[in-house]
Design a protein around this ligand. Structure first.
Ligand SMILES: NC(=O)N[C@@H](CC(=O)O)C(=O)O
Ligand SMILES: [Zn+2]
Ligand SMILES: [Zn+2]
Length: 378
């Protein structure tokens, strides 16, 4: 039975549909869409990127350079980048893979180990290395040489605080008794809060945050704490890993979380707060190592990262907040100049390739074979 109130509601829906049909028939879209089919931004930067090494640079570097002016390059190679000399040599190998006529600046980082000496920080800073990365030993891909306890590296952190070197953190505890989905929140309580207290002037970036707890912590933590957020953590919740079967290409660390956390990340990213900025954590692995009984952690998004961020911001009705997040907040936090020049995205469907050449292997990008709504056109 349909009562009067319901009838009224049905007629409201009907007239909304009619209005929509009329607009479509007239070739019009709503007022917001009309002004946002083209989006021009100051050239953005990627503040968290894995470029790996060797032949695969020829695939990865052009993808990133097509969208971003600069990128913070993660040091978790095998062996890790632990010295200034290694960082500079790696930088040269990256630059050799930048296509002719394209400007791309890799910003180098050191991998903190229990053994690293405070003098290395001074040397690195003088050579233009911008940050050092803390991987709790065992927390993620190529973290076996990471730090076993924060106290061990306190002299190095003191040097970093003095030198103005940024500390980048993979913020997950490695305690096997802590649930995988709780490891970020536990890290904040157990490690980050004490660290913040002991080094009040140290500039810390909590990388690839994945939880409401992390977003709230960073928002309230004062001017020297910031966070990067990936496109995939804005677009997906943990169901993506299990939809219709196990989907290894959605597996990364920190692992995707519940929908409530994704929503909190979208709110943080689109809030306009300068404490949150773009870091893709594009983390390629050969497809046979992802599609494996013990598949590697990491999603490859370097082929379409900016387009995926545009999609996420668009879904949130916040395209006007994308430029701050992608092009301003990170540069400001790192004390680097904002970029000159622009990049333009268009609302134009395109299909992501099924795979890319990856040295001798294949690389399966996130959204392989799928249609994306936004495209970088200039
Ligand atoms: N994010 C990932 O799942 N993997 C990264 C490492 C990291 O950023 O933790 C990688 O290097 O593959
Ligand atoms: Zn990490
Ligand atoms: Zn990473």
């Amino acid at each position: 039975m349909v009562d009067a109130a319901e009838l009224l509601w049905l007629s409201v829906i009907d007239s909304m549909d009619a209005a929509h049909a009329l607009r479509s028939a007239m070739g019009e879209s709503g007022p917001m869409q009309a002004s946002t089919d083209t989006l021009t931004l100051t050239r953005p930067d990627d503040w968290h990127l894995h470029l790996r090494d060797g032949e695969v640079l020829r695939t990865l570097v052009p993808h990133s350079a097509a969208q971003f002016a600069r990128a913070i390059v993660m040091p978790n190679l095998r062996p890790p980048v632990t010295t200034t000399a290694q960082a500079l040599a790696y930088r040269d190998r990256i630059l050799a893979a930048v296509p002719a006529g394209v400007a791309f600046e890799p910003l180098m980082t050191l991998y903190l180990t229990d053994q690293i000496a405070p003098e290395e920080i001074r040397r690195a800073r003088a050579a233009g290395v911008v940050a050092a990365k803390l991987y709790p030993a065992g927390a993620t891909t190529n973290s076996d040489s990471g730090v076993t306890g924060l106290r061990t590296v306190y002299p190095v952190l003191e040097a970093m605080q003095r030198e103005g070197m940024r500390l980048l953190v993979h913020g997950e505890v490695t305690d096997q008794t802590v649930d995988l989905f709780d490891r970020e929140a536990a890290f904040i309580e157990q490690q980050l809060i004490p660290l913040r207290r002991d080094f009040p002037e140290l500039k810390i970036v909590m990388e690839h945050i994945t939880t409401r707890e992390a977003a709230q912590y960073v928002a309230g933590a004062g001017a020297h704490t910031a966070a990067t957020i990936t496109a995939h953590h804005l677009l997906y919740n943990r169901n993506a890993i299990f939809t219709g079967g196990i989907r290894p290409h959605y597996y990364c660390l920190p692992v995707l979380k519940r929908e409530t956390h994704r929503v909190a990340l979208v709110e943080a990213a689109t809030s306009g707060s300068n404490k949150f900025f773009l870091g893709t954590d594009s983390a390629p692995h050969a497809s046979q190592l992802k599609e494996h009984a013990m598949g590697c952690a990491g999603c490859y998004t370097g082929h379409a990262a900016l387009e995926m961020y545009a999609e996420a911001f668009d879904q949130a009705g916040a395209l006007d907040k994308l430029e701050g997040f992608a092009s301003f907040h990170g540069a400001d936090f790192y004390g680097l100049p904002r970029n000159q020049g622009t990049v333009t995205l268009k609302r134009e469907k395109w299909t992501v390739p099924d795979s890319y050449v990856y040295g001798e292997a294949n690389l399966k990008p996130l959204r392989a074979g799928e249609v994306l709504p936004w495209k970088v056109v200039a």
